[in-house]
Unconditional design. Structure first.
Length: 66
């Protein structure tokens, strides 16, 4: 029983491997069109908030220049 199942499995594997060895070349893929967008100035997209932007960690380093 095991010998029969093994021979069927090996035969099926051989058929699948040999079927994959065809000489057919894949057709070249058609070029995909590109989406082109022209930049436009934004209208009222600028928001302003009161405050000051600072780093979370500020190392105290000094460098002598000159």
């Amino acid at each position: 029983m095991l010998r029969h199942a093994l021979s069927i499995a090996l035969s099926a594997a051989a058929v699948l491997l040999l079927a994959a060895c065809g000489q057919e070349a894949a057709p070249p893929a058609a070029p995909r069109p590109a989406l082109v967008v022209q930049p436009q100035p934004a209208e009222a997209a600028a928001d302003s908030y009161p405050g000051e932007v600072r780093a979370r960690f500020e190392p105290e380093l000094a460098f002598r220049i000159g």
